[in-house]
Every structure is written in structure tokens, then in C-alpha cells.
Design a protein around this ligand. Structure first.
Ligand code: FPP
Length: 234
């Protein structure tokens, strides 16, 4: 039986190497990568896959040279204000995961606005991981649980997986079925550490700016041939 596929999570890697291979500045790789985001999102929705999560900026990415960070922030700004506003018309609910307090105020405002304006859409969901890392998310979640214990609202013996899940940025979003990483690297790199526990992994050697609908289909085909047991037996 073919496993159902309702959520794809993607680590969009290789923008810098794509640019370097062409003698271009790294920032050009990010610009091209932003165009790929639009194309792949459309392709995923065309295939009736309801949820997509994109790792667009990690908590560690703040350490990159200021001009690269600034280019990325401008790309996000433009994407939120233009492309995502357009997406709303297609019934896409937009979610942001990560520590948004690190972003300039105008970007935070745009994030809050998009989440609010799309909160009743349910046909498709786009989750953008921005200033995100799995360890940071878990640390923030555990802190909130500890505060509930301190206030006497929760007993340590009542803490379950559900207690933690309720405090994660991804509350209400199903776990990814398939995680794709581009550029040949085979690591999780602090992405969705809790949520990927039983996800299938697919590693593509293609750099993100070169990732196409055909490459996406290769990942989906590979996923369909996997035997998901979630720790059980069949
Ligand atoms: C990883 O490649 C990619 C990033 C850190 C940024 C991802 C951003 C985009 C795809 C463009 C903008 C996104 C949106 C949502 C508009 P890398 O720079 O680490 O590449 P390298 O490993 O080859 O150096």
C-alpha cells in the first residue's frame, strides 16, 4: 500500500555553492533560490500535498556576513509583502516557526499580518522556518512547561509528549511525512528535531536553485516506495 503524503519539509541547501560554481556572489544564489521557492511551492500544491515547511533561515544563519544577512532579509521582506500576499488568494494558510523577535519590526509586523489574514484558510498550509532551530524551539517549549510547573498549574508526573507538543511552534501542524534536503549534504542541521522522528528522508544532489518539479517527483517516487512502520511491525 502506498503511504499517504500530506506534508513535505525541505532544507533548501546549496545556494552559495550554486553561485560560486558560476563565479557569482553568494547573494545571487539566494536570489535564484527565492525563484525556486515560488516554483516548487506551486508544484507541491499542484500535487495536492497540503502542508509544506521550508527551512529558510536558521538561528545560526545570523552569524553570516552582514551583507548576506541583509540580502536574505530583503528577500524575505519582498516575499512576504508581494508573493505571499498573492498566495492568500489561493487559500493558503501561512505559519511562521522560529524566534521572530530577532527580525526587524516591519518584518515581524508582516508575519503577524499574514498569519492573521490567512488563519481561516485550510486548503494548503505553508510553514516558513525563519530564525528557527529545533534545539531553540525545544528549549523555548521546555521553559514554558517549567513555568507551568512553577506556577503549580502542572505536576511533573503529568508531563507527557502532548505537554511538550502543545508548546512547540508547530502546534496543530502534522509531522512531516517526507524531508528533502538538497545539495548532497546528508544532515538534519537542527531542523524540526522533534517533528522528524518518523519522517522519511530524501537527499538530492542538486543545489536548491536548480531544484525542479522533476527533482521533486523523484523524491515523491522514492517516498512512495518506502515502508513506514513507525517503530511497529507489519
Ligand atoms: C542554504 O544555502 C540556504 C539558506 C541559508 C537560505 C535559504 C533562502 C532561500 C532559498 C531564498 C529566500 C527564501 C524565501 C522563502 C523567499 P547556503 O547558503 O548554506 O548554501 P551553501 O551551503 O552552498 O553555502
Amino acid at each position: 500500500m502506498t503511504a499517504s503524503l500530506q506534508h513535505i519539509a525541505i532544507i533548501m541547501d546549496g545556494n552559495g555553492r550554486w553561485a560560486k560554481a558560476r563565479g557569482l556572489p553568494r547573494t545571487e544564489g539566494h536570489r535564484q533560490g527565492a525563484k525556486t521557492v515560488t516554483q516548487i511551492l506551486e508544484a507541491i500544491q499542484k500535487r495536492n500535498i497540503k502542508y509544506v515547511t521550508l527551512y529558510a533561515f536558521s538561528t545560526e544563519n545570523w552569524k553570516r556576513p552582514p551583507e548576506e544577512v541583509s540580502t536574505l532579509l530583503n528577500l524575505f521582506r519582498q516575499y512576504l509583502k508581494e508573493d505571499l500576499t498573492q498566495l492568500q488568494k489561493n487559500s493558503v494558510r501561512i505559519h511562521f516557526i522560529g524566534d521572530r523577535s530577532k527580525f526587524p519590526k516591519d518584518i515581524q509586523k508582516e508575519m503577524n499580518k499574514l498569519e492573521y489574514e490567512t488563519c481561516s484558510c485550510d486548503k494548503y498550509h505553508l510553514v516558513l522556518a525563519l530564525s528557527y532551530s529545533g534545539r531553540d524551539e525545544l528549549t523555548r517549549a521546555v521553559t514554558k512547561v517549567a513555568l507551568q510547573v512553577k506556577k503549580g498549574l502542572l505536576s511533573p508526573s503529568d508531563i507527557s509528549e502532548k505537554t511538550i507538543e502543545k508548546e512547540l511552534d508547530t502546534i496543530g501542524i502534522p509531522n512531516p511525512d517526507l524531508m528533502i534536503r538538497t545539495s548532497g549534504e546528508q544532515r538534519i542541521s537542527n531542523f524540526l528535531l522533534w517533528q522528524l522522528a518518523y519522517s522519511e528522508m530524501y537527499f538530492s544532489s542538486v543545489y536548491w536553485p536548480d531544484f525542479t518539479e522533476e527533482e521533486l517527483d523523484k523524491a515523491i517516487e522514492a517516498y512512495k516506495s518506502r515502508d513506514r512502520r513507525f517503530g511497529g511491525i507489519k
